[in-house]
Design a binder for this molecule. Structure first.
Ligand code: ADP
Length: 626
């Protein structure tokens, strides 16, 4: 990290504490008080020795009792203030981190889809968990310790100078050397810390990818467990080595500092002796005891300060990683004059006007922009129509469908809902207008009811049941052990593909969008489930504008308009009969994919048969061979 960047990172990290000014002041006062009290004690010790204990005529017990009483009182008051101070700093540190985590999470929620498709989920989680967690320990442990130790050191040094400047000179001669060494060690630490965090992030990504249900399944199916274990082991080894280096860097430095501090009193006695032998009688026994007491007391705060400053270097590396995410600008934002479009006011017309779009470049390689995924695409779907989108794999069907709810912004042209560019509508109004049912229905590890309520948090039990009935899944849910309160398992693995889809359809029914974007499932479903899903879909499609990435003949036959895409361009549009008569791409797809009107059947491995012949995978989207 360059020094300028480090400065801004430091300043931004400090700015996180600004909202807690009041509490910080209180902590500062507490620290000042305890530190000042701590310096008073050695002076009392000096008086004990010089005025109460070793005086001609024997100890003066009255004064001694008073001085000892004061020492006890100071210790007691310091302890009580210490407890309050620990409480305040713990609360402060945790609150600062809480708000940082909140900000980071909220920021990530607003990031565009492209960010997530080009970043490993594990890395994102790692910044939230490991990086914020790493900073947290530093912030909570050291926020006060810096101030406390600085005050103690300054007060002690002043007191030592007041007692004897000659002895102070001896005690501090090596301090500048320590400071220089400390800065060097700090730099090394910061570098190691950055590498440790990136290794931690890689490990999280590996764990997340390989220990998810899909990852484990893949490893099992391909017998890759040993390789996965080896991959984890390698990264784990790297990570451990880095952690050890991080902890050990600077330890010998600390050993030197500690050793030096242990030696100083001896040197101080020697110097005091030399001074006394020269007839300089300014140094009494009490002064000597008080001085060495102060000097020994310095060790702890100084070593602590050195440690803390190293920890701060480490945390700057972590803060840098956190701020890097916070600085990412969500590419989809409400334009200043964006207006909401209420569901009740929407008719559900969808229009693409000369749309050109390509996927954003990978953040790791910004120059690597792909070809146009959609080019010069214009189409219009009237309210309530069912539009079927067909085309070979990679033609741009999914891309087209994801522009309707503005998951991405177009590069040229416009996508309009009811004649308004989606970029002029508030982002918040889009989910109510456009609903999506994708092939891979995502369910949370929660109950069926909670998954359904995700679309409509205020839905009552009866509404939930009605939606489930409409999606033809009510009977199945009610037959489960806990009915609607049954946990669906991680990503819904406890439900079959068709059941999951119907739960997802029920969810869309609850959200009741004007426009439905539907990616029809293909090989995932058996014929019975497919029929059930089909029925559920027909219910949800009625009365809404529907854009279906169609794989089923029935959808295509009932479509009001069919759009045939190829290489990101709209090549044909019309009804089934019109397009068939043209004998173009659609006619070809129809013959190959939809069986030319023959009854669709499936064999055990899901490959479609038409008139007894196995279909080629060439133009067949999502076929097992594709
Ligand atoms: P279809 O749904 O018709 O199979 P897609 O819309 O998924 O086609 O893909 C169109 C083109 O865009 C393909 O060339 C594909 O590789 C590319 N593509 C799809 N998704 C992404 C993505 N997230 N990032 C980059 N390119 C993508």
């Amino acid at each position: 990290m360059a020094d300028a960047a480090k400065d801004t990172t430091g300043r931004r990290a400090l700015a996180l504490f600004v909202p807690y000014r009041g509490r910080l002041t209180l902590i500062g006062l507490a620290i000042l008080t305890t530190s000042a009290l701590g310096v008073v004690t050695p002076f009392l010790t000096q008086r004990v020795f010089d005025d109460a204990l070793f005086v001609p005529g024997g100890p003066r017990l009255g004064l001694l009792t008073l001085l000892v009483g004061l020492m006890i009182a100071i210790a007691a008051v310091s302890a009580v203030i210490g407890i309050g101070q620990t409480y305040l700093t713990t609360v402060l540190g945790n609150r600062v981190m809480q708000s940082l985590r909140d900000r980071l999470f909220a920021h990530l929620q607003r990031m565009h889809l492209g960010f997530f498709t080009s970043t490993r989920t594990g890395s994102i989680q790692s910044r939230l968990d490991n990086d914020v967690g790493g900073v947290q320990s530093v912030v909570t442990d050291t926020a006060s310790s810096i101030l406390g130790n600085v005050v103690t050191v300054v007060a002690s040094v002043i007191a030592m100078l007041a007692l004897s400047w000659q002895l102070s000179l001896v005690a501090f001669v090596l301090l500048p050397v320590f400071l220089v060494l400390q800065i060097r060690v700090g730099r090394v630490r910061r570098k190691i810390a950055a590498r440790t965090q990136s290794s931690l992030s890689d490990m999280s990504a590996i764990t997340q990818e390989t220990l998810s249900v899909s990852g484990v399944l893949l490893a099992k199916v391909f017998g890759r467990q040993d390789q996965e274990i080896a991959r984890y082991r390698t990264e784990n080894d790297r990570q451990t080595t880095l952690q050890i280096r991080q902890t050990m860097s600077g330890q010998s430095f600390f050993a030197v500092v500690t050793g030096f501090f242990a030696l100083i009193p001896a040197v101080v006695y020697l110097v005091a002796g030399v001074l006394a032998s020269r007839g300089d009688t300014g140094i009494s026994a009490g002064t000597l005891v008080a001085f060495t007491t102060l000097q020994t007391r310095l060790l702890f705060p100084i070593v602590n300060l050195l440690r803390v400053s190293l920890d701060v270097q480490t945390s700057l590396a972590l803060f840098g990683r956190i701020f890097e995410y916070l600085d990412l600008v969500p590419s989809l934002q409400d334009s200043p004059d964006a207006r909401p479009l209420a569901k009740a006011d929407a008719r559900g017309e969808v229009e693409f006007r000369d749309v050109r779009f390509r996927y954003p470049a990978d953040s790791a390689d910004p120059d690597d922009v792909g070809p146009w995924a959609l080019e010069d695409l214009s189409l219009r779907i009237a309210p309530g129509q069912l539009a079927a989108v067909v085309g070979p794999s990679g033609a741009g069907k999914t891309t087209l469908s994801s522009l309707v709810p503005r998951l991405y912004d177009v590069d040229a042209g416009a996508v309009c809902l009811d004649g308004t560019d989606v970029r002029e509508l508030t982002l918040a109004s889009l989910p109510g207008l456009v609903g999506m049912v994708t092939q891979e229905s995502y369910l949370f590890h929660a109950t069926v009811a909670e998954n359904l309520r995700y679309a409509a948090p205020d839905a009552g039990d009866e509404q939930i049941r009605a939606a489930a009935r409409a999606a033809d899944i009510a009977e199945h849910i009610e037959g489960l052990a806990d009915g609607y309160d049954t946990m669906v398992g991680e990503r819904g693995y406890r439900l079959s593909g068709g059941e999951k889809q119907r739960v997802a359809i029920a969810r869309v029914i609850l959200s009741d969008p004007r426009i439905l974007v539907l990616d029809e499932a293909t090989s995932a479903l058996d014929t019975t489930s497919e029929r059930l899903v089909q029925q559920a879909l027909e219910t949800v499609m009625s009365g809404r504008t529907t854009i279906a990435i169609a794989h089923r003949l029935s959808t295509i036959l009932s479509a009001d308009v069919i759009f045939a895409l190829d290489h990101g361009r709209l090549v044909e549009q019309g009804t089934h009969d019109e397009l068939l008569a043209r004998g173009g791409l659609y006619a070809q797809l129809y013959a190959e994919q939809f069986g030319g009107g023959a009854v669709e059947a499936r064999c055990a491995d899901g490959v479609r048969f038409t008139d007894g012949k196995v279909l080629a995978a060439r133009a067949t989207d999502h076929s097992p061979a594709a």
